[in-house]
Design a binder for this molecule. Structure first.
Ligand SMILES: Nc1ncnc2c1ncn2[C@@H]1O[C@H](COP(=O)(O)OP(=O)(O)OP(=O)(O)O)[C@@H](O)[C@H]1O
Ligand SMILES: [Mg+2]
Length: 245
């Protein structure tokens, strides 16, 4: 199997905090991969290491067979951070132009592609509005458009649907699946377990450790639980009332 991301014994500490601890996992190329885990379980830290923004403290990490963070790898990676990094005083269009420029999109392609991603997130009519005038959900949509503008082969989406209304969440997921069918690897962290169920594969994290990895159906079967919420609790060794067993 071809892997977009491979981690061996990956760890990242912040002083005494072990944000990611001895993580070994492979993310298959082309498909949707969900990172599930409670607050502070290391999802964002892992994604930032894959994006090449945070060096690991220990272990090995390859992204499309290479060291993360090099120019060549970064050109093929789209990253939508948990907290957006948009320029508030610039318009939606100007933000997209900025991201397209830093990814070296040729000017003619830039125009076409910006229109495509604006249509996708349904913000075409608002293209000239400054980001600071947008609602939270609209900013989330701009942030997704910025991560997509250079047509990355690996898309890292850190809680992309927070603040997005249910109708548009469905549109987002249809698009993630479409990208995956075109061979793009879509990595999504989420607290929405209905979204987790849509992923081809899931990794369950807790305290920086990998609890389990597999398809949603495979994890359900392995745990013998009726849903993903209880499956997660099963692998975490926690009873439904929250006590460790
Ligand atoms: N820059 C940092 N400095 C110090 N501690 C950090 C830093 N970044 C993350 N941590 C800590 O590392 C742990 C994992 O954090 P991380 O943000 O990766 O979790 P998460 O799974 O993304 O959580 P959430 O669901 O809340 O987004 C937490 O204990 C967090 O406080
Ligand atoms: Mg996070």
């Amino acid at each position: 199997m071809e892997y977009a991301v491979k981690a061996y014994g990956l760890a990242r500490t912040f002083g005494p905090i072990r944000a990611v601890a001895d993580l070994t996992l492979g993310i298959p190329a082309g498909g949707t991969f969900g990172l599930i885990g409670p607050n502070g379980s290391g999802k964002t830290t892992f994604i930032r290491m894959v994006a090449g923004l945070l060096p690991p403290s220990q272990g090995r990490l390859t992204v499309m067979g290479q060291r993360p963070g090099t120019r060549q790898v970064t050109q093929s990676v789209g990253y939508m951070p948990q907290a957006d990094t948009l320029y508030r005083d610039l318009s939606i269009q100007e933000n997209l132009d900025f991201f397209a420029t830093i990814y070296d999109l040729p000017p003619a392609r830039r125009r076409v592609r910006i229109k495509e991603v604006l249509d996708l997130v349904e913000l075409g009519p608002h293209a000239h509005r400054p980001v600071e005038t947008l609602s939270g959900g609209m900013r989330q949509r701009v942030s997704l458009a910025c991560a997509l503008v250079h047509e990355p082969r690996l898309l890292l989406l850190d809680e992309p649907t927070v603040g997005v209304d249910p109708e548009l969440r469905l549109v987002f997921w249809q698009y993630f699946r479409e990208l995956a069918s075109q061979g793009v690897t879509v990595v999504v962290s989420t607290h929405h377990l209905d979204e987790a169920g849509r992923c081809d594969q899931l990794a369950l994290l807790r305290g920086g450790h990998l609890l389990a990895q597999g398809t949603p159906a495979g994890l359900l079967a392995e745990s013998g639980q009726p849903n993903l919420e209880e499956t997660f609790l099963h692998f975490a060794g926690v009873s439904k009332r929250g006590k460790a067993q």
